[in-house]
Design a protein around this ligand. Structure first.
Ligand SMILES: [Zn+2]
Ligand SMILES: [Zn+2]
Length: 142
């Protein structure tokens, strides 16, 4: 019983969408980032247990608990690239930052979005990619 509580508290284990990546797993999800209809180039090679090799895939192979389970989320992946992601904003290493309500270059207001396997997800930064996911992330006009 105590072990069960500890597992829940650490944020690992199962969720409604299937289990989260654990230490020892090695999963891959493809991703693309679109800003105001313009596709961003894939991030270069990044560090950490949730990283990319530069080819538009997220590699999830957590090496410690800080990057496993619920911690293996998009915010962690993006942080490893030197960028920053919240549910309301994205900031690139170049300094370019977009926050919900900011205009796109044509003046139309936009907001952050996340679609996983074509389904719009309400939580963006905390989404944990699963093996085989197709992740579309970015900022779009509404
Ligand atoms: Zn890999
Ligand atoms: Zn790798």
């Amino acid at each position: 019983m105590i072990a069960g509580i500890l597992i829940m508290a650490s944020g690992d284990g199962e969720s409604e969408d299937g289990r989260f990546p654990q230490i020892g797993d090695h999963w891959h999800a493809s991703y693309s980032i679109t800003i105001c209809e313009g596709k961003e180039p894939p991030f270069p090679v990044s560090d950490g247990g949730v990283h990319t090799h530069g080819s538009g895939a997220i590699h999830l192979h957590p090496k410690n608990s800080s990057e496993a389970g619920k911690n293996a989320n998009l915010a962690r992946f993006i942080a490893g690239t030197g960028s920053r992601l919240t549910d309301r904003s994205i900031e690139f290493p170049s300094g370019v930052k977009l926050t919900n309500g900011d205009p796109c270059p044509d003046g139309q207001t936009g907001k952050m979005f996340l679609r996983v396997n074509n389904i719009t997800m309400p939580a963006i930064a905390s989404y944990v990619p699963r093996d085989g996911d197709i992740i579309e992330l970015g900022y779009e006009k509404y």
